[in-house]
Design a protein around this ligand. Structure first.
Ligand code: F6R
Length: 264
């Protein structure tokens, strides 16, 4: 795992967008894993700008989102289908059949989850998975005690997550759907590369637990410590409780792979 700290949330998001754009330029048939949430919004805005102004080409790219609420139809503006359409899909040239999200309206959820895994496999697996980290330590909707080898499945959301996401449901945690379909921790760990973006002082404590704390199911994001190619990009505020920041800054300043990103 590597940690990259940028001065602001905007610059952290811009760096993540550049990592995606460079991966897509290197491999036009990139299979890209996507996350929703406030942290990712500036990443998608920057990718849309790169498409508009620099012709970043998504026409051969395939995407798989991490999760979707159970009980929200794709037309519901609060569904992750709709959020992704508004944030990214309608702004870039992704093919109509190239975007995938779990089916929150499936009558047979277990079969829908198995099909989702099968579709990821049929596309050759995820090349680059974008991740946010929730206040509960989740990646995707893998709430505390999610098995570190879990696969795509139905998951009950924790009270911490219901409170975190209440802002999209009129501020009332009781109106947030209680259950979701999420890729499992094991599914996420199979992506060839993971890029997590964590910004804001409110994420400082959970980021420190995820990156520098013990590996364990109470903080699903800590499983990223097992991943052979994972970078966590944060702003100064989210990095404020990390203890190894001198080393992380040194690595970013000196390692060859980061030289092209110094101004990002
Ligand atoms: C949503 C998802 C979640 C979010 C996390 C952070 O698809 O995968 O894990 O990334 O809850 O959300 P924000 O960015 O809103 O703090």
């Amino acid at each position: 795992m590597e940690v990259v700290i940028r001065p602001t949330a905007e610059r952290a998001a811009r760096l993540v967008a550049r990592l995606v754009a460079d991966a897509l330029r290197d491999n036009p048939t990139l299979v890209l894993g996507l996350a929703t949430g406030a942290t990712m919004e500036p990443v998608y805005a920057e990718l849309a700008r790169l498409h508009r102004e620099e012709r970043l080409d998504f026409s051969h790219c395939t995407t798989f989102n991490l999760d979707e609420y159970i009980g929200l139809a794709p037309e519901d503006p609060r569904s992750y289908h709709a959020v992704m359409r508004e944030a990214l899909f309608r702004h870039v040239n992704l093919g109509g059949a190239a975007t995938h999200l779990p089916d929150g309206m499936a009558t047979d959820v277990a079969s829908a989850c198995a099909r989702y895994e099968q579709r990821i496999r049929a596309c050759g697996g995820i090349d680059l998975q974008l991740l946010g980290i929730g206040q509960s330590g989740h990646i995707g909707f893998n709430e505390p005690l999610s098995a570190l080898r879990s696969r795509t499945r139905e998951k009950a959301l924790s009270p911490v997550t219901l409170a975190q996401n209440a802002r999209y449901f009129g501020g009332d945690p009781a109106r947030v759907p209680r259950r979701a379909i999420t890729m499992g921790v094991g599914t996420i760990l199979e992506a060839r590369r993971c890029v997590a973006l964590v910004t804001g002082a409110h994420k400082a404590a959970i980021l420190a637990r995820a990156v520098e704390g013990p590996l364990g199911a109470m903080v699903s994001a800590s499983a990223l410590q097992l991943h052979p190619s994972c970078v966590v990009v944060s702003d100064e505020a989210a990095a404020s409780q990390l203890s190894g920041t001198d080393y992380y800054r040194w690595t970013f300043a000196h390692e060859p792979e980061w030289q092209a990103y110094q101004d990002a």
